[in-house]
Design a protein. Structure first.
Length: 263
């Protein structure tokens, strides 16, 4: 089994959110949220075990430049008592830059597992953004660089972007996780402003065209969101984010990007 943790920081609340996933189902868990005080970090979440709601606690301690200790514990009585069920001690074996991925696609790749491989590597981005579902016609341009790294032998990716526009800066990441049972991808997005991972867009590619859907909230209203990927095998893969407030009858794009591989 292969695992990953995505940790994002909210600069306003000064809280960390920790999201965990494993390669069996490619689903990112609900976050454990918390912070460090005097060198010890405590992070909590509400989850379920065997159909029952429980509290989950992660405690990080004994942190040095080369090692750390973490314990996961469950509570089924509202936090009055805790049972530790996972203990891990970690020791650094190289520089952070040496922590390379586990490679791209493998010989026994599942159908659909390699659909996002054309995005791997460093790319230049041209992004157009406008406000969604409000009749806006003016687009704002952003340019910059991104980098896509393979994980889990191609069954996951970490994709980061760093873009500049006329009035603000966009820095974000996408975690893509492949479910080998359903042959579907889950796409999780987060930006540096709030450090929160949004609900995943779920879907797959058909004939080189990828469509991924989620239900979300925009301006306090329920909307559908679609991620649309095309031209994957070209020099400039094309991406559009679209919203619908009428159950998918009509879609309006508010985020369009083209990226070009940089050597």
């Amino acid at each position: 089994m292969e695992e990953l943790t995505v940790r994002t920081y909210n600069g306003e609340t000064h809280l960390w959110s920790q999201y965990w996933a494993n390669s069996r189902d490619g689903i990112l868990s609900s976050p454990q949220v918390g912070k460090f005080v005097h060198g010890q970090g405590e992070f909590y979440a509400l989850d379920n075990s065997d159909g029952k709601f429980i509290l989950v606690r992660y405690v990080w301690s004994k942190i040095t430049p080369t090692s750390a200790h973490v314990e996961q514990a469950f509570s089924d009585d509202g936090g009055r008592s805790w049972e530790v069920n996972r203990i891990s001690d970690m020791v650094r074996i190289g520089d952070a830059e040496d922590a390379t991925s586990s490679g791209a696609g493998t010989v026994d790749a599942q159908p659909g597992q390699r659909d996002f491989e054309p995005l791997l590597g460093r790319s230049s981005f041209h992004l157009k953004v406008r406000k969604a579902l409000c009749g806006a016609t003016q687009w704002v341009d952003y340019t910059g660089l991104g980098n896509c790294t393979p994980l889990w032998h191609g069954r996951a990716q970490l994709d980061t972007i760093n873009l500049e526009g006329p009035t603000k800066h966009i820095e974000g990441l996408t975690v893509r996780l492949f479910n080998p049972k359903t042959h579907e991808w889950r796409l999780y997005w987060a930006n540096s402003r709030d450090g929160l991972v949004v609900v995943p867009q779920i879907g797959q590619f058909k004939a080189g065209h990828g469509e991924f859907y989620a239900q979300d909230v925009l301006d306090d209203k329920s909307v559908l969101v679609k991620f649309d990927w095309s031209a994957m095998m070209s020099k400039s893969p094309h991406f559009e984010q679209l919203y619908s407030n009428d159950g998918g009858k009509n879609w309006e794009a508010n985020w369009i990007s083209d990226q070009t591989r940089v050597n």
